[in-house]
Design a protein around this ligand. Structure first.
Ligand code: SF4
Length: 451
Protein backbone atom coordinates (compact mmCIF):
# COMPACT_ATOMS: atom_id res chain seq x y z
CA UNK A 1 0.00 0.00 0.00
CA UNK A 2 1.31 3.47 -0.87
CA UNK A 3 0.62 6.00 1.86
CA UNK A 4 0.99 9.80 1.89
CA UNK A 5 1.26 11.37 5.36
CA UNK A 6 0.63 15.01 6.15
CA UNK A 7 0.22 17.06 9.30
CA UNK A 8 -1.07 20.50 10.30
CA UNK A 9 -0.36 22.30 13.57
CA UNK A 10 1.83 21.41 16.53
CA UNK A 11 4.94 19.31 17.00
CA UNK A 12 2.79 16.73 18.76
CA UNK A 13 0.88 16.18 15.52
CA UNK A 14 4.23 15.93 13.74
CA UNK A 15 5.56 13.35 16.19
CA UNK A 16 2.38 11.26 15.81
CA UNK A 17 2.77 11.29 12.03
CA UNK A 18 6.41 10.23 12.43
CA UNK A 19 5.34 7.29 14.58
CA UNK A 20 2.66 6.27 12.04
CA UNK A 21 5.31 6.50 9.30
CA UNK A 22 7.58 4.08 11.17
CA UNK A 23 4.67 1.71 11.87
CA UNK A 24 3.72 1.71 8.17
CA UNK A 25 7.33 1.05 7.14
CA UNK A 26 7.58 -1.74 9.72
CA UNK A 27 4.38 -3.24 8.24
CA UNK A 28 6.01 -3.27 4.79
CA UNK A 29 4.11 -0.36 3.26
CA UNK A 30 5.61 2.36 1.05
CA UNK A 31 5.58 6.05 1.93
CA UNK A 32 5.14 8.43 -0.97
CA UNK A 33 5.69 12.15 -1.09
CA UNK A 34 2.39 13.25 -2.66
CA UNK A 35 -1.29 12.36 -2.59
CA UNK A 36 -1.17 11.89 -6.35
CA UNK A 37 0.85 8.65 -5.92
CA UNK A 38 -1.00 7.33 -2.87
CA UNK A 39 -3.59 4.62 -2.21
CA UNK A 40 -4.25 6.09 1.24
CA UNK A 41 -3.72 9.60 2.59
CA UNK A 42 -3.58 10.37 6.33
CA UNK A 43 -3.90 14.02 7.39
CA UNK A 44 -3.39 14.88 11.09
CA UNK A 45 -5.57 17.96 11.56
CA UNK A 46 -5.49 20.91 14.01
CA UNK A 47 -8.34 22.91 15.54
CA UNK A 48 -6.43 25.61 17.45
CA UNK A 49 -7.51 28.42 15.06
CA UNK A 50 -10.16 28.83 12.36
CA UNK A 51 -7.25 29.20 9.89
CA UNK A 52 -5.92 25.73 10.80
CA UNK A 53 -9.40 24.24 10.32
CA UNK A 54 -9.78 25.97 6.93
CA UNK A 55 -6.34 24.66 5.91
CA UNK A 56 -7.47 21.07 6.60
CA UNK A 57 -10.60 21.48 4.46
CA UNK A 58 -8.59 23.04 1.60
CA UNK A 59 -5.89 20.34 1.68
CA UNK A 60 -8.56 17.62 1.61
CA UNK A 61 -10.29 19.12 -1.45
CA UNK A 62 -6.93 19.63 -3.20
CA UNK A 63 -5.69 16.08 -2.54
CA UNK A 64 -9.03 14.69 -3.72
CA UNK A 65 -8.71 16.62 -6.98
CA UNK A 66 -5.13 15.32 -7.37
CA UNK A 67 -6.22 11.69 -6.88
CA UNK A 68 -9.89 10.71 -6.67
CA UNK A 69 -8.85 7.07 -6.22
CA UNK A 70 -7.04 7.61 -2.93
CA UNK A 71 -8.88 7.16 0.37
CA UNK A 72 -8.38 10.31 2.49
CA UNK A 73 -8.36 9.66 6.26
CA UNK A 74 -8.67 12.71 8.50
CA UNK A 75 -7.62 12.46 12.15
CA UNK A 76 -6.47 14.88 14.86
CA UNK A 77 -8.11 17.63 16.89
CA UNK A 78 -10.38 19.06 14.17
CA UNK A 79 -11.57 15.53 13.34
CA UNK A 80 -12.34 15.14 17.06
CA UNK A 81 -14.21 18.39 17.79
CA UNK A 82 -16.12 18.67 14.43
CA UNK A 83 -16.28 15.23 12.71
CA UNK A 84 -19.53 15.96 10.80
CA UNK A 85 -18.14 19.22 9.42
CA UNK A 86 -15.12 17.36 8.04
CA UNK A 87 -17.17 14.44 6.79
CA UNK A 88 -19.06 16.90 4.52
CA UNK A 89 -15.83 18.02 2.77
CA UNK A 90 -15.62 16.55 -0.77
CA UNK A 91 -13.03 13.73 -0.78
CA UNK A 92 -13.18 12.84 2.90
CA UNK A 93 -13.06 9.08 3.25
CA UNK A 94 -12.86 8.36 6.97
CA UNK A 95 -12.79 10.63 10.05
CA UNK A 96 -10.84 9.08 12.95
CA UNK A 97 -10.96 10.92 16.33
CA UNK A 98 -7.92 11.35 18.59
CA UNK A 99 -8.99 8.52 20.89
CA UNK A 100 -8.51 6.01 18.02
CA UNK A 101 -5.48 7.67 16.41
CA UNK A 102 -2.88 5.43 18.10
CA UNK A 103 -4.46 2.46 16.28
CA UNK A 104 -4.97 4.21 12.94
CA UNK A 105 -2.33 2.14 11.11
CA UNK A 106 -4.11 -1.03 12.23
CA UNK A 107 -7.45 0.46 11.17
CA UNK A 108 -6.17 0.76 7.58
CA UNK A 109 -4.15 -2.48 7.73
CA UNK A 110 -5.51 -4.97 10.30
CA UNK A 111 -2.39 -7.16 9.76
CA UNK A 112 -0.07 -4.36 10.85
CA UNK A 113 1.52 -4.86 14.26
CA UNK A 114 1.93 -1.75 16.44
CA UNK A 115 4.30 -3.34 18.92
CA UNK A 116 7.31 -3.85 16.65
CA UNK A 117 10.64 -2.16 17.45
CA UNK A 118 10.51 0.76 15.06
CA UNK A 119 14.08 1.80 14.50
CA UNK A 120 15.78 -1.28 13.05
CA UNK A 121 15.12 -0.11 9.50
CA UNK A 122 17.14 3.05 10.03
CA UNK A 123 20.05 4.61 10.11
CA UNK A 124 18.79 8.03 9.24
CA UNK A 125 18.40 8.63 5.50
CA UNK A 126 18.12 12.05 3.88
CA UNK A 127 14.58 11.57 2.61
CA UNK A 128 13.92 8.93 5.19
CA UNK A 129 10.27 9.58 5.68
CA UNK A 130 7.77 11.34 3.48
CA UNK A 131 5.83 14.05 5.26
CA UNK A 132 8.75 14.91 7.51
CA UNK A 133 9.86 17.92 5.51
CA UNK A 134 13.51 17.06 5.91
CA UNK A 135 13.65 17.47 9.66
CA UNK A 136 16.69 16.04 11.39
CA UNK A 137 15.08 16.65 14.75
CA UNK A 138 12.95 13.83 16.06
CA UNK A 139 9.79 14.96 17.83
CA UNK A 140 9.00 12.63 20.73
CA UNK A 141 5.51 12.53 22.16
CA UNK A 142 5.92 12.08 25.93
CA UNK A 143 2.40 12.93 27.05
CA UNK A 144 -1.06 13.72 25.70
CA UNK A 145 -4.07 15.68 26.96
CA UNK A 146 -4.33 18.45 29.55
CA UNK A 147 -6.12 18.97 32.89
CA UNK A 148 -6.18 22.76 32.63
CA UNK A 149 -9.07 24.67 31.12
CA UNK A 150 -7.68 27.82 29.58
CA UNK A 151 -10.85 29.42 28.28
CA UNK A 152 -9.63 29.92 24.68
CA UNK A 153 -8.15 26.45 24.26
CA UNK A 154 -9.80 23.77 22.13
CA UNK A 155 -6.88 21.36 22.53
CA UNK A 156 -7.94 20.38 26.02
CA UNK A 157 -11.42 19.69 24.55
CA UNK A 158 -10.00 17.64 21.65
CA UNK A 159 -7.37 15.67 23.53
CA UNK A 160 -8.95 15.00 26.94
CA UNK A 161 -7.23 14.37 30.27
CA UNK A 162 -3.45 14.36 30.69
CA UNK A 163 -1.67 11.02 30.24
CA UNK A 164 2.10 10.43 30.42
CA UNK A 165 4.10 7.71 28.65
CA UNK A 166 6.26 5.52 30.91
CA UNK A 167 9.64 7.15 31.52
CA UNK A 168 11.48 3.97 30.44
CA UNK A 169 9.69 3.97 27.06
CA UNK A 170 10.71 7.55 26.35
CA UNK A 171 14.35 6.98 27.38
CA UNK A 172 14.43 3.84 25.18
CA UNK A 173 13.07 5.82 22.21
CA UNK A 174 15.73 8.53 22.65
CA UNK A 175 18.47 5.88 22.89
CA UNK A 176 17.18 4.28 19.68
CA UNK A 177 17.05 7.64 17.92
CA UNK A 178 20.63 8.43 18.96
CA UNK A 179 21.71 4.98 17.73
CA UNK A 180 19.90 5.65 14.45
CA UNK A 181 21.96 8.80 13.95
CA UNK A 182 19.59 11.56 15.04
CA UNK A 183 21.46 14.58 16.36
CA UNK A 184 18.51 16.14 18.18
CA UNK A 185 15.42 14.98 20.03
CA UNK A 186 12.54 17.35 20.87
CA UNK A 187 10.26 16.40 23.77
CA UNK A 188 6.68 17.34 23.00
CA UNK A 189 3.15 16.96 24.35
CA UNK A 190 -0.12 18.85 24.69
CA UNK A 191 0.96 20.01 28.16
CA UNK A 192 4.58 18.92 28.39
CA UNK A 193 5.11 20.47 31.81
CA UNK A 194 2.48 18.19 33.34
CA UNK A 195 4.51 15.09 32.41
CA UNK A 196 4.28 12.58 35.25
CA UNK A 197 1.58 14.43 37.20
CA UNK A 198 -0.90 11.66 36.36
CA UNK A 199 1.66 9.23 37.81
CA UNK A 200 1.87 11.10 41.14
CA UNK A 201 5.16 12.78 40.19
CA UNK A 202 4.84 16.60 40.36
CA UNK A 203 8.47 16.90 39.15
CA UNK A 204 7.97 14.35 36.40
CA UNK A 205 9.46 16.40 33.56
CA UNK A 206 12.57 17.17 35.64
CA UNK A 207 13.04 13.42 36.29
CA UNK A 208 12.42 12.56 32.64
CA UNK A 209 14.95 15.06 31.27
CA UNK A 210 17.53 14.02 33.86
CA UNK A 211 17.02 10.33 32.96
CA UNK A 212 17.43 11.06 29.23
CA UNK A 213 20.61 13.06 29.82
CA UNK A 214 21.99 10.37 32.14
CA UNK A 215 21.05 7.32 30.09
CA UNK A 216 21.40 8.37 26.46
CA UNK A 217 24.05 10.00 24.33
CA UNK A 218 21.68 12.04 22.18
CA UNK A 219 23.89 15.06 21.23
CA UNK A 220 21.10 17.66 21.50
CA UNK A 221 17.91 17.63 23.59
CA UNK A 222 15.24 20.34 23.16
CA UNK A 223 12.02 20.99 25.07
CA UNK A 224 8.95 22.21 23.21
CA UNK A 225 6.36 24.55 24.72
CA UNK A 226 6.17 24.66 28.54
CA UNK A 227 3.43 26.36 30.59
CA UNK A 228 5.10 28.89 32.89
CA UNK A 229 3.48 27.56 36.06
CA UNK A 230 5.01 24.10 35.50
CA UNK A 231 8.60 25.18 36.13
CA UNK A 232 9.47 23.54 39.45
CA UNK A 233 12.27 24.83 41.77
CA UNK A 234 15.67 23.60 40.63
CA UNK A 235 14.35 22.91 37.12
CA UNK A 236 16.99 25.18 35.54
CA UNK A 237 19.82 23.05 37.02
CA UNK A 238 19.12 20.61 34.19
CA UNK A 239 20.86 23.08 31.88
CA UNK A 240 24.13 22.38 33.62
CA UNK A 241 24.33 19.62 30.97
CA UNK A 242 25.30 21.40 27.72
CA UNK A 243 23.28 18.91 25.65
CA UNK A 244 20.04 20.44 26.95
CA UNK A 245 19.62 23.29 24.50
CA UNK A 246 19.28 26.92 25.67
CA UNK A 247 15.79 27.50 24.28
CA UNK A 248 12.61 27.91 26.31
CA UNK A 249 9.17 28.50 24.80
CA UNK A 250 6.94 29.82 27.61
CA UNK A 251 3.45 30.95 26.40
CA UNK A 252 2.54 34.25 28.08
CA UNK A 253 -0.63 34.69 25.97
CA UNK A 254 -1.32 38.19 27.42
CA UNK A 255 0.56 40.85 29.40
CA UNK A 256 -2.63 42.02 31.13
CA UNK A 257 -3.58 40.42 34.46
CA UNK A 258 -7.25 41.25 33.69
CA UNK A 259 -7.08 39.18 30.47
CA UNK A 260 -4.97 36.43 32.06
CA UNK A 261 -7.77 36.00 34.60
CA UNK A 262 -10.41 35.80 31.83
CA UNK A 263 -8.22 33.22 30.07
CA UNK A 264 -7.99 31.18 33.33
CA UNK A 265 -4.21 31.25 32.97
CA UNK A 266 -2.25 30.28 36.09
CA UNK A 267 0.33 33.03 35.61
CA UNK A 268 0.46 36.81 36.10
CA UNK A 269 2.69 39.69 34.92
CA UNK A 270 4.93 39.63 38.01
CA UNK A 271 5.33 35.84 38.29
CA UNK A 272 6.13 35.59 34.57
CA UNK A 273 8.63 38.45 34.77
CA UNK A 274 10.40 36.74 37.72
CA UNK A 275 10.45 33.38 35.94
CA UNK A 276 12.01 34.92 32.82
CA UNK A 277 14.70 36.58 34.93
CA UNK A 278 15.46 33.32 36.78
CA UNK A 279 15.75 31.40 33.49
CA UNK A 280 18.11 33.97 32.01
CA UNK A 281 20.22 34.00 35.17
CA UNK A 282 20.78 30.25 34.92
CA UNK A 283 20.89 29.51 31.19
CA UNK A 284 23.56 31.33 29.13
CA UNK A 285 22.56 32.31 25.54
CA UNK A 286 18.92 31.54 26.37
CA UNK A 287 16.45 31.99 23.50
CA UNK A 288 13.19 32.83 25.32
CA UNK A 289 10.19 32.72 23.00
CA UNK A 290 6.46 32.91 23.60
CA UNK A 291 2.87 32.82 22.31
CA UNK A 292 0.60 35.85 22.41
CA UNK A 293 -3.14 36.00 21.75
CA UNK A 294 -4.35 39.48 20.76
CA UNK A 295 -7.99 40.56 20.62
CA UNK A 296 -9.27 38.24 23.36
CA UNK A 297 -12.90 39.03 24.28
CA UNK A 298 -12.98 42.05 26.56
CA UNK A 299 -9.40 43.17 25.73
CA UNK A 300 -9.33 46.95 26.14
CA UNK A 301 -6.76 49.35 24.66
CA UNK A 302 -5.16 49.43 28.13
CA UNK A 303 -4.97 45.61 28.27
CA UNK A 304 -3.32 45.52 24.88
CA UNK A 305 -0.88 48.27 25.87
CA UNK A 306 0.04 46.20 28.93
CA UNK A 307 0.84 43.25 26.64
CA UNK A 308 3.03 45.38 24.36
CA UNK A 309 4.79 46.84 27.39
CA UNK A 310 5.57 43.51 29.09
CA UNK A 311 6.68 41.86 25.83
CA UNK A 312 9.07 44.74 25.14
CA UNK A 313 10.35 44.67 28.74
CA UNK A 314 11.07 40.92 28.73
CA UNK A 315 12.62 41.18 25.25
CA UNK A 316 11.58 37.81 23.83
CA UNK A 317 13.71 36.42 21.02
CA UNK A 318 10.65 35.24 19.11
CA UNK A 319 6.88 35.79 19.26
CA UNK A 320 4.13 33.58 17.87
CA UNK A 321 1.18 35.96 17.54
CA UNK A 322 -2.38 34.69 17.19
CA UNK A 323 -5.50 36.78 16.61
CA UNK A 324 -8.16 35.42 18.94
CA UNK A 325 -10.57 33.12 17.07
CA UNK A 326 -13.57 31.61 18.90
CA UNK A 327 -13.29 27.80 18.96
CA UNK A 328 -16.27 25.43 19.34
CA UNK A 329 -16.63 24.03 22.87
CA UNK A 330 -14.45 26.64 24.60
CA UNK A 331 -15.64 28.95 27.41
CA UNK A 332 -14.27 32.11 25.77
CA UNK A 333 -16.42 31.55 22.68
CA UNK A 334 -19.45 32.42 24.83
CA UNK A 335 -17.88 35.36 26.62
CA UNK A 336 -19.12 38.95 26.05
CA UNK A 337 -16.94 41.60 24.41
CA UNK A 338 -15.82 39.90 21.19
CA UNK A 339 -13.81 42.43 19.13
CA UNK A 340 -14.25 43.38 15.47
CA UNK A 341 -11.90 41.62 13.00
CA UNK A 342 -10.27 44.96 12.05
CA UNK A 343 -9.30 45.67 15.66
CA UNK A 344 -7.80 42.19 16.09
CA UNK A 345 -5.94 42.54 12.79
CA UNK A 346 -4.50 45.92 13.77
CA UNK A 347 -3.34 44.67 17.17
CA UNK A 348 -1.79 41.56 15.65
CA UNK A 349 0.10 43.80 13.21
CA UNK A 350 1.46 45.92 16.05
CA UNK A 351 2.52 42.88 18.10
CA UNK A 352 4.14 41.15 15.10
CA UNK A 353 6.11 44.34 14.30
CA UNK A 354 7.32 44.48 17.91
CA UNK A 355 8.25 40.81 17.69
CA UNK A 356 10.33 41.35 14.57
CA UNK A 357 12.29 44.20 16.15
CA UNK A 358 12.94 42.06 19.23
CA UNK A 359 14.07 39.10 17.10
CA UNK A 360 16.43 41.34 15.14
CA UNK A 361 17.89 42.70 18.39
CA UNK A 362 18.40 39.15 19.70
CA UNK A 363 20.11 38.02 16.48
CA UNK A 364 22.32 41.13 16.36
CA UNK A 365 23.88 39.98 19.66
CA UNK A 366 25.32 37.02 17.74
CA UNK A 367 26.98 38.82 14.86
CA UNK A 368 30.62 37.63 14.89
CA UNK A 369 29.87 34.87 17.42
CA UNK A 370 30.38 31.14 16.80
CA UNK A 371 27.59 28.65 17.59
CA UNK A 372 27.05 24.95 16.80
CA UNK A 373 24.51 24.64 13.97
CA UNK A 374 22.59 21.46 13.04
CA UNK A 375 22.09 21.53 9.25
CA UNK A 376 18.69 20.33 8.04
CA UNK A 377 17.85 21.22 4.50
CA UNK A 378 19.05 22.72 1.24
CA UNK A 379 17.21 25.95 0.45
CA UNK A 380 19.01 26.82 -2.78
CA UNK A 381 22.34 27.03 -4.54
CA UNK A 382 24.63 29.83 -5.67
CA UNK A 383 28.14 30.32 -7.00
CA UNK A 384 29.35 29.33 -3.51
CA UNK A 385 27.68 25.92 -3.68
CA UNK A 386 24.60 24.63 -1.90
CA UNK A 387 22.74 27.00 0.41
CA UNK A 388 21.91 25.18 3.64
CA UNK A 389 19.44 26.03 6.45
CA UNK A 390 19.88 24.88 10.03
CA UNK A 391 19.40 25.84 13.66
CA UNK A 392 21.88 26.88 16.34
CA UNK A 393 21.73 25.29 19.78
CA UNK A 394 19.75 28.33 20.93
CA UNK A 395 17.27 27.96 18.09
CA UNK A 396 18.41 30.68 15.68
CA UNK A 397 17.83 29.85 12.02
CA UNK A 398 21.05 30.14 10.01
CA UNK A 399 21.70 30.09 6.26
CA UNK A 400 25.18 29.21 4.93
CA UNK A 401 26.96 27.84 1.90
CA UNK A 402 28.31 24.36 2.39
CA UNK A 403 29.31 21.03 0.89
CA UNK A 404 26.83 18.40 -0.31
CA UNK A 405 27.08 16.16 2.72
CA UNK A 406 26.08 18.60 5.43
CA UNK A 407 22.67 17.04 6.14
CA UNK A 408 22.24 16.11 9.80
CA UNK A 409 25.72 17.44 10.65
CA UNK A 410 26.55 19.86 13.49
CA UNK A 411 29.28 22.37 12.61
CA UNK A 412 30.90 25.33 14.38
CA UNK A 413 29.62 28.31 12.44
CA UNK A 414 30.54 32.00 12.62
CA UNK A 415 27.44 34.15 12.35
CA UNK A 416 26.92 37.46 10.54
CA UNK A 417 24.27 39.67 8.88
CA UNK A 418 21.45 39.54 11.43
CA UNK A 419 17.85 39.63 10.14
CA UNK A 420 14.52 39.34 12.01
CA UNK A 421 14.29 35.68 10.85
CA UNK A 422 17.89 34.67 11.63
CA UNK A 423 21.51 35.12 10.58
CA UNK A 424 23.89 34.06 7.84
CA UNK A 425 26.86 31.89 8.69
CA UNK A 426 30.29 30.75 7.62
CA UNK A 427 31.11 27.13 8.44
CA UNK A 428 34.42 27.18 10.34
CA UNK A 429 37.40 25.60 8.57
CA UNK A 430 37.45 22.99 11.30
CA UNK A 431 34.10 21.86 9.84
CA UNK A 432 32.26 19.47 12.07
CA UNK A 433 31.75 20.59 15.69
CA UNK A 434 32.72 17.91 18.24
CA UNK A 435 29.55 16.53 19.92
CA UNK A 436 29.35 17.24 23.67
CA UNK A 437 31.10 14.79 26.04
CA UNK A 438 29.62 11.28 25.88
CA UNK A 439 27.43 10.74 28.91
CA UNK A 440 26.44 7.24 27.78
CA UNK A 441 26.25 4.89 30.68
CA UNK A 442 23.74 3.06 28.61
CA UNK A 443 21.10 1.07 30.44
CA UNK A 444 19.61 -1.64 28.24
CA UNK A 445 15.94 -0.79 28.58
CA UNK A 446 13.65 -3.13 26.57
CA UNK A 447 12.56 -1.25 23.44
CA UNK A 448 8.76 -1.29 23.96
CA UNK A 449 6.04 -0.04 21.66
CA UNK A 450 6.32 3.72 21.19
CA UNK A 451 2.60 4.39 20.96
S1 SF4 B 1 -2.48 24.48 29.51
FE1 SF4 B 1 -2.18 24.60 27.30
S2 SF4 B 1 -3.18 22.75 26.43
FE2 SF4 B 1 -3.89 23.04 28.54
S3 SF4 B 1 -5.80 24.18 28.37
FE3 SF4 B 1 -4.16 25.68 28.69
S4 SF4 B 1 -3.47 26.28 26.63
FE4 SF4 B 1 -4.68 24.40 26.41
Amino acid sequence: MKVFLDSIGCRLNQSEIETMARQLLAAGHELVSSAAEADKVILNTCAVTSEAARDARNRTRRMHRQNEGAEIILTGCYATVAPQELARVPGTGRVVPNKDKAHLVQIIDPQARLDLPLFDQEPILREFLAGQMGHTRAFIKVQDGCDNHCTFCVTTVARGAAQSRPLGDVVAEVQALAAAGYQEAVLTGVHLGSYGHDREDPAGLFHLVRAILSHSDIPRLRLSSLEPWDITPGFFELWDDPRLLPHLHLPLQSGSDHILRLMARRTRRDSFRELAAAARAHIPHLNLSTDLIVGFPGETEADFAASLDLVAEIGFARLHVFSYSPRPGTAAANMPGHLPKAVKKARAGQMIALGESLSLAFHQQYEGATRPVLWESVVGANEGGLRWAGYTDNYIRVLANGPDDLFNQVTSTTLHDARPDGLSGIIDGAGRAAPPPNHASRITLPIGPTS
